[in-house]
Design a protein around this ligand. Structure first.
Ligand code: THU
Length: 147
């Protein structure tokens, strides 16, 4: 799948988000090493702190579909999802908690995973490696010395 196709999948997933409190819809698409793609959107809650980010929703779907160790590439897009297409001009990068969750998949897969961070309208995007988004991160590899 091309970068643009993975971004399109993330943008489509954002339109299925449930974000009535922030009105900021985020979608995430995750491609496996075999080319399977799963998606997720953010899901908010009246008890605000219980909201789930799109990346966590998509990682949960990835674990169910093919396993975190087979994650190959990730695209994220976010913005105004109230229309028929996601809009917004600023590329969206994963929040700190989601970077930590992506690091888990990265260390399991042994890949410095690529995250394509797109604007809602899909016109602007930047690609970052997870080690650049969360340098010196603590992940499963950090537990090597546990008893
Ligand atoms: N959000 C995500 O889904 N992913 C991120 O990486 C950043 C933030 C969601 C959480 C909340 O529902 C909304 O965007 C506004 O913060």
């Amino acid at each position: 799948m091309t970068d643009q196709e993975l971004i399109a999948a993330a943008r489509a997933a954002a339109l299925k988000a449930y974000a009535p409190y922030s009105n900021f819809s985020v979608g995430c698409a995750i491609e496996s090493v075999d080319g399977t793609v799963v998606t997720g959107g953010n899901m908010e809650n009246a008890c605000y702190r219980l909201g789930v980010c799109a990346e966590l929703a998509a990682l949960t779907a990835a674990q169910a579909a093919f396993g975190l160790e087979k994650v190959a590439r990730i695209a994220v897009a976010g913005g105004d999802g109230s229309g028929s297409e996601l809009s917004g001009s600023e590329p969206v990068t994963p929040c700190g908690g989601c970077r930590q969750a992506i690091l888990e998949a990265a260390q399991l897969s042994g890949q410095d995973l690529e995250i394509i961070c797109s604007s809602g309208d899909g016109t602007r995007f930047r690609t970052h490696r997870i080690t650049a988004l969360i340098p010196h991160g603590f992940g499963p590899a950090s537990l090597a010395d546990s008893a």
